[in-house]
Design a binder for this molecule. Structure first.
Ligand SMILES: CC(C)(COP(=O)(O)OP(=O)(O)OC[C@H]1O[C@@H](n2cnc3c(N)ncnc32)[C@H](O)[C@@H]1OP(=O)(O)O)[C@@H](O)C(=O)NCCC(=O)NCCS
Length: 179
């Protein structure tokens, strides 16, 4: 498996992967919505605010994760949100998702990012160090429909001290439907 961090030549494959993985697991409507989200994230996010990791095998994409910046008023710490995450249906259950997430966390840590946040099934993300977190510690940028899925991990030795101020996500995520 090879992991790529570019998303110019990979753009069409990445959007196709999110559309098909979510269509097959959650239905075609959700597949279209997450494919559209992936497209908007790739096209509208300033380069310093996005990191995309995709896994490839024999020239075909097998998985992808996106990490985008969350900012907090009056908070110097750097925070990235990991979402969405997808592995192609035929490649699921072989460790690709966890390999991408672990690699993404290493890249964030190497760049001096302080905290990683995600929103999804805690049973899955606990495997890569995420723990459920309250919105008093890490405020969410929009109201959460499933607050139990809000998770975070510190990427340094300072622990997860409460974030100061209001949270803002990148423009593509500024839509209640995704939260
Ligand atoms: C969720 C997803 C990314 C996992 O990727 P993956 O490469 O299949 O996962 P891995 O191989 O790294 O890990 C597999 C393990 O995680 C478990 N797992 C997978 N999805 C899980 C979930 N939602 N909740 C809990 N455990 C889960 C599997 O049962 C398996 O457990 P095992 O190792 O004990 O057999 C992938 O199934 C997927 O793309 N699903 C559709 C889209 C989606 O739901 N994305 C996540 C929401 S943003």
């Amino acid at each position: 498996m090879r992991i790529r961090t570019g998303f110019k030549d990979e753009r069409t494959a990445i959007i196709g992967l999110f559309t098909s993985a979510f269509s097959e697991s959650e239905g075609p409507e959700e597949g279209r919505a997450i494919g559209q989200l992936a497209e908007t994230l790739l096209d509208r996010t300033p380069p310093q605010d996005i990191l995309v990791l995709s896994a490839w095998r024999d020239g075909a994409i097998t998985g992808c994760i996106m990490l985008t910046r969350l900012t907090f008023d009056g908070e110097p710490r750097e925070v990235f949100l990991m979402a969405p995450v997808a592995v192609a249906t035929v490649w699921q259950g072989q460790g690709i998702g966890q390999a991408l997430i672990s690699h993404g966390i290493d890249v964030l840590r190497g760049r001096g990012v302080d905290v990683a946040v995600t929103y999804g099934d805690p049973a899955y993300y606990a495997r890569t160090g995420f723990q459920p977190v309250s919105q008093e510690v890490v405020p969410a940028p929009l109201p959460l429909s499933q607050p139990e899925g809000w998770q975070a991990q510190s990427l340094n030795d300072r622990g997860l001290e409460p974030m100061a101020g209001r949270a803002t996500c990148v423009a593509a995520f500024d839509n209640r439907d995704y939260w």
